[in-house]
Design a protein around this ligand. Structure first.
Ligand code: AMP
Length: 305
């Protein structure tokens, strides 16, 4: 019963009002796998990099027990690169460049022994590739899918075909509005759930996340942070913590799904505290549990007598 993750593995160049970093470890699959690695063992990563991908990054992933047999290393190719710049309002990000490189001709192949994975997290890459991965999994039990505005704009039909087949769909508020052309998030959520996914999570950046299921809406707060260094990967870390926790507990009850949303938010909060993947590299399970409990404190209240 393993957790299989697919998505981008990248070298990111990120500029925030505080600092700039070049060719740092990034990518949706990287953040998801690192966040999930604190709950699931091993996490199987499916992706592609070029021969320029630094050895120390491979070692870092291996140290977190991330299984890399499905990570293709293409000789003579360069690794996917993404550049982004954040404004003073860290919710506003400009993509400066996207170089597909090794991703251009990526044909994801799941090694035979991982095709029976029961838990699957389809991290942000083209929905055509996410479908190719899902097609290779034999009888998955729980499929989580993340996306981004780019795919809604240029591959909407593929995305619609994909989300019919997933259990949980995660996207942010502006993406939900873009997908449905509906400004009201509650109405947008209803429309998206009718497209297929039984469970929908709409992330609202520093304002938390909303979980929509058949009969509930659950609002998770964001952790009140004084210092956010680099928001890159927050959404992916959320997906990793969420899926990793559900995989670890094997409990898909409504109450446990709410807890998973809080574990997702917990991992996102650690991610943004440092540049690149640094905030996810050296955590202990105790630290994660402590922060999880703080989430409970900040949103708990009693009815008056
Ligand atoms: P997030 O901040 O959660 O949206 O994720 C940021 C990560 O997504 C970065 O590490 C990028 O390398 C990666 N990324 C950016 N654009 C794309 C894309 N078009 N396809 C796949 N991954 C991407």
């Amino acid at each position: 019963m393993s957790l299989l993750v697919v998505g981008s593995v990248a070298l990111d160049t990120v500029e925030t009002p505080f600092d700039k970093i070049e060719d740092a470890l990034g990518g949706s699959a990287t953040y998801i796998s690192l966040a999930a690695s604190y709950f699931s063992n091993p996490v199987i990563l499916i992706g592609v990099v070029g021969s320029d991908f630094p050895k120390q990054y491979i070692e870092l992933l291996e140290q977190h027990n991330i299984e890399l047999e499905g990570l293709q290393i293409v000789d003579g190719e360069k690794t996917f690169r993404w550049g982004g710049k954040y404004h003073y309002d860290l919710n506003v990000r400009d993509t400066l460049f996207t170089e597909l490189n090794a991703f251009q001709n990526f044909n994801p192949v799941i090694p035979e022994k991982f095709r029976k994975s029961k838990y699957v997290c389809l991290g942000n890459i083209g929905p055509d590739l996410q479908i190719k991965v899902l097609d290779q999994i034999i009888d998955p039990q729980f499929v989580v899918c993340d996306t981004m505005n780019l795919w809604i704009n240029i591959m909407k039909q593929d995305l619609l075909n994909l989300i019919k087949r997933v259990d949980v769909f995660i996207l942010n508020d502006s993406e939900a509005r873009l997908l449905t052309e509906e400004p009201n998030l509650i109405k947008a959520a209803k429309i998206i759930r009718e497209m297929g996914p039984k469970i929908l999570i709409i992330k609202k950046g520093e304002h938390g996340a909303l979980l929509f299921t058949e009969d509930t809406i659950f609002s998770a707060p964001a952790y009140p942070m004084e210092m956010i260094f680099d928001p890159t990967g927050a959404g992916d870390s959320f997906a990793g913590g969420f899926t990793g926790y559900l995989h670890q507990t094997r409990d898909l009850s409504p109450e446990n799904i709410k807890r998973a949303v809080i574990f997702g938010s917990t991992m996102a909060s650690f991610c943004v505290e440092k540049f690149s993947t640094k905030g996810l590299e050296d955590l202990s399970y105790l630290q994660i549990q402590d922060r999880f409990r703080e989430f409970k404190k900040i949103s708990h209240f009693d009815e008056s007598d």
